[in-house]
Design a protein around this ligand. Sequence first.
Ligand code: MLT
Length: 402
Amino acid sequence: MINKNYLKLPGSYLFANIGRKVNEYSQANPDKRIIRLGIGDVSLPLAPAIIKALHEGADEMGNAASFHGYPDYEGYDFLREAIIANDFKARGVEIGMDEVFVNDGAKCDSAALGEIFSTDIKVAVCDPVYPVYVDSNALAGRAGDYQEEKQYWSNLIYMPCVESNGFAPELPAERPDVIYLCFPNNPTGATVTKAQLQEWVDYANREGSVIIYDAAYEAYISEEDVPHSIYECEGAKECAIEMRSFSKNAGFTGMRLGFTIVPKALVRDGVSLNQLWLKHQETTFNGVSYVVQKAGAAVYTPEGKQQTSEQVAYYMNNAKYIREGLIAAGFEASGGVNAPYVWLKTPQGMNSWQFFDYLLENANVVGTPGSGFGPHGEGYFRLTGFGNYENTVEAIKRIQAL
Ligand code: MLT
């Protein structure tokens, strides 16, 4: 009766596991001040322009003339217009209103997008990878069986992202139907140039694959040659879906807002994926609240842009501090240039979870074990720049003193 694929998932969700471990430690050691640089959750409060919009939205909801009931499935026009003008048109990319689907954050859509594909397709993922892409495909029955010894799912195509390839995947030997890419990357913080991404777009168009492109961290790009959207590449509208989030660029982790672009030119088996996704959203989703969408639109106002870009700079300063502090202490560390994540090699032959325990017990600092993101994450560890600056400095001081 039940979906037995749920029973195949080993353990529980990575960040839930970590949360439990940290809570146990903190209950047993109430005197320790733990610094959390594990899950990529923001620490700064919402920017004033966003708070102002929230207040205005709340007032409108209390007035019969401006009250809003169920929102549109695809998102209010005012938000989709702002998204198109600022995130795409400003970069020379034309996106239509009916190609933007506002959602309650990228995590849900990165799992739900699988529902418009058949369950017998081949899926390719990076290794290491944001766990939702793998786990959601496992729940749908697409991943095969979990092989404990290799820590691989039998039916997924894994694309190793390792030091020797600059943590960027290589084109797979076996043809996938769907390819998940995330740049700037969670967890490694690595990214690809526009020319490298163009190779993926050309490959997908040649092979008839669909790329699900997660650009949740695009606001953190600091280098010129790094694309903010896959649609900056020629032919991407024929092969790619792009996911964006307000969580990391505007601190909406607790508000829940994101969007997915499904171009109308993306057709497989003679069917428009845009139409399938619209049907999916109308059937299973009731939209995002007016107040939250109004707050989202405030991100694109001149004040909103200024204030949120200051927040991004604050987190990037933390990431830089982490990376440089670790390197000064003799660690090998990368990332933190176009992404808020720093990816470090665990020292002294410790595996990722051993280093997690060691750091928690000896420095009272929480990070994320690389192996939680896939077997090629073993021997690595992720720290985030999303903490507050003082705690970040203190955490690095503690790590340097080990
Ligand atoms: C992470 O820490 O990898 C992210 O915060 C998780 C997420 O965005 O869902």
